[in-house]
Design a protein around this ligand. Structure first.
Ligand SMILES: Cc1cc2nc3c(=O)[nH]c(=O)nc-3n(C[C@H](O)[C@H](O)[C@H](O)COP(=O)(O)OP(=O)(O)OC[C@H]3O[C@@H](n4cnc5c(N)ncnc54)[C@H](O)[C@@H]3O)c2cc1C
Ligand code: SF4
Length: 271
């Protein structure tokens, strides 16, 4: 496999972009990602924070330490992964991380691998979804995406500008992808508008360095509070309905109780 350092995004030529490599390298090692070439795009993607503008190459460690960044995003970064991973991992790469579903990671021929079964629905699924879990019951692992959804952030790519929520799609029989980025499309910058108050709360199996069982972001502007969740659906989940709409599986009913408690706490923390 080749490692390219293209001089422009136009020269990507089908290669898989890589920034920190904390997601790409394990996927390659496990045989879950096949590519002829990697393109190190660190020199082509902005990095750093300037008010509401965040370069897609900015690391989680840089975000958690910058007072310009809204509290919900800082806290989501601080609670994600380990210090070593946060020092390498970029916000752009975090938004595109693959599911942690153990069947997918073990390369079962499940629906996200273009098969015709969801092994988790029928089998072990205690870490899986409580919303939109009919076709694929995976739980999106990004704390950061939930914070960005609640804050109403937008992304600028080399082709368009879109809301973070438009970056994601629920997988279906016709299209198994969970994101809407096209081949060759690269995230350059995010716009993260300030809120009057925001917060991020996370329930984990361990106290540190663990993916969210449930993560809840809240952002308030005036009298309107927006809530988004991590770890509850195949995509980061904007709570524009009620938690009563959840469809937990037998093994994930406990997540709904956690979500109720965290949503209430997050709402009062930004009130
Ligand atoms: C053990 C472990 C624990 C973790 N725990 C958590 C956690 O608790 N919470 C959490 O939210 N995250 C967690 N993560 C995810 C971690 O934050 C991400 O791996 C990291 O942020 C990815 O960034 P990267 O720059 O290394 O991405 P890379 O590995 O370089 O890229 C990841 C993906 O994004 C694509 N990509 C990267 N940048 C761009 C761009 N600018 N435009 C278009 N495509 C791009 C790549 O092609 C690839 O598909 C964990 C990861 C690991 C390995
Ligand atoms: S939850 Fe999704 S990724 Fe996991 S086995 Fe089911 S279809 Fe595959």
């Amino acid at each position: 496999m080749e490692l390219l350092r293209p001089s422009s995004l136009e020269a990507l030529d089908g290669a898989t972009p890589i920034v920190g490599g904390t997601e790409v390298v394990p996927l390659l090692r496990e045989g879950l990602l096949a590519t002829d070439a990697l393109a190190d795009i660190r020199a082509l993607v902005p990095r750093g924070i300037d008010g509401a503008r965040v370069g897609a190459g900015t690391t989680l460690a840089e975000l958690e330490a910058d007072a310009q960044v809204p509290e919900a995003l800082r806290e989501a970064c601080r609670l994600a992964a380990s210090p070593q991973l946060r020092a390498m991992g970029s916000i752009g790469g975090n938004l595109l991380q693959a599911t942690r579903c153990w069947y997918w990671r073990l390369d079962y021929p499940c629906r996200l691998h273009d098969g015709d079964r969801c092994h988790a629905r029928e089998g072990e699924h205690r870490e899986h979804a409580i919303f939109a879990n009919d076709f694929c019951a995976s739980a999106h692992p990004s704390d950061v995406a939930a914070a960005l959804l609640a804050l109403g952030a937008t992304v600028r790519t080399n082709r368009r500008e879109l809301a973070v929520r438009e970056l994601y799609r629920l997988p279906s029989r016709d299209d198994r992808r969970t994101t809407t980025l096209e081949r060759g499309e690269v995230m350059l910058e995010l716009d993260v508008p300030p809120a009057d108050a925001s917060s991020y709360l996370k329930a984990m199996d361990r106290k540190r360095w663990s993916f969210p069982i449930v993560g809840v972001a809240a952002a308030r502007r005036g009298s309107v509070t927006t809530i988004a969740l991590a770890g509850v659906a195949p995509v980061p989940w904007l709570l524009d309905g009620s938690l009563d709409d959840a469809t937990p599986l037998p093994g994930t009913a406990y997540k709904l109780q956690i979500a109720r408690a965290l949503v209430e706490r997050a709402r009062s923390s930004v009130a």
